[in-house]
Design a protein around this ligand. Structure first.
Ligand SMILES: NC(=O)c1ccc[n+]([C@@H]2O[C@H](COP(=O)([O-])OP(=O)(O)OC[C@H]3O[C@@H](n4cnc5c(N)ncnc54)[C@H](OP(=O)(O)O)[C@@H]3O)[C@@H](O)[C@H]2O)c1
Length: 259
């Protein structure tokens, strides 16, 4: 592997938004470590598409919620690519069952927060420590980090509060790393998708179709993984390098309020 090629580690890159980001980065000339947890077939499909785009990839099985797996992911990426120029914390899960706050179980709370908040926090801690070294040695010119959160960081849903809390926490994690890493020359961004057509929202597709029709998304359409990938590509190119800690919402104007 040619060491000078920029490399990215994208968690949860076998499907949905992560897949879109992985392919977008490959098109941008990055070599990409494609993390997945159980869907090898889907991950292999992503690898093939990366190769068709003229880039190279690496498949890494691992549960972001496990500290051993996180370490393995980083070690395997570095063993193959020599360094990580861009970390994209994308992997995320919804609660298995949507229930209101008076019914939330500790098991679901731990599962969702372990994957959506604790995992990106400690993965970023590990990678950013190494990035500081790569930056100092000149191996990486500008290391960059992205947290994929959600409009649920500020828009509550009564029947999946643990998800919303995990995303609100991930938003603060992004801001906290941005503060610490600014002096190291490592920009950190929060990319905040809105309703995006992926497997995650399959079960609520009809409900959200109705909401979109009624105008909850001012631009009146679903988001697609490519919409989020475009923003990550701009970050990866360095177009936003004199910014850090910024929240970039990709949600068709969801946050607009009209009286
Ligand atoms: N879809 C939306 O409307 C929406 C809106 C806002 C924010 N988001 C956020 O965007 C991110 C991606 O969501 P998505 O809609 O693309 O989800 P998705 O279609 O359900 O895909 C989830 C991806 O994450 C991987 N994954 C799940 N648990 C993992 C774990 N413990 N360790 C490693 N990888 C894991 C899956 O791997 P396998 O294929 O191996 O299962 C898959 O690649 C999430 O953080 C989500 O919260 C989504």
């Amino acid at each position: 592997m040619e060491i000078s090629k920029k490399s990215a580690l994208v968690t949860g890159a076998s499907r949905g938004i992560g897949k879109g980001i992985a392919l977008g980065l490959a098109a941008e000339g990055y070599v990409v470590a494609v993390n997945y947890v159980r869907n090898l077939k889907a991950a292999e499909g992503v690898l093939k598409e990366i190769q068709q785009l003229g880039s190279e990839g690496l498949l890494i099985q691992g549960d972001v919620g496990s500290s051993n797996d996180r370490k393995k992911m980083v070690d395997e990426t570095v063993a193959e690519f020599g360094k990580i120029d861009l970390l994209v914390n994308n992997a995320g899960i919804a609660p298995k069952i949507r229930v209101e706050i008076l019914e939330t179980t500790e098991e679901s709370f731990d599962r969702v927060l372990g994957t959506n908040l604790k995992a990106p926090y400690f993965l970023t801690q590990d990678v950013s420590r190494r990035m500081i070294g790569w930056k100092q040695s000149g191996e990486v010119e500008v290391p960059r980090i992205v947290f994929v959160t959600s409009i649920s960081a500020y828009a509550g849903s009564r029947n999946r509060t643990e998800y919303c809390i995990s995303k609100a926490g991930a938003s603060m994690a992004a801001m906290s790393f941005a503060m610490r890493l600014a002096e190291e020359g490592i920009p950190v961004f929060e990319v905040r998708p809105g309703l995006t057509q992926t497997d995650m929202v399959e079960k609520v597709q009809d409900k959200y179709d109705r909401f979109i029709k009624e105008g909850i998304v001012p631009q009146r359409r679903w988001g697609y993984p490519e919409d989020i990938a475009k923003v990550v590509r701009a970050i990866a190119r360095g177009d936003l390098d004199f910014s850090t800690g910024e929240i970039i919402e990709v949600a068709g104007g969801f946050s607009l309020k009209e009286l």
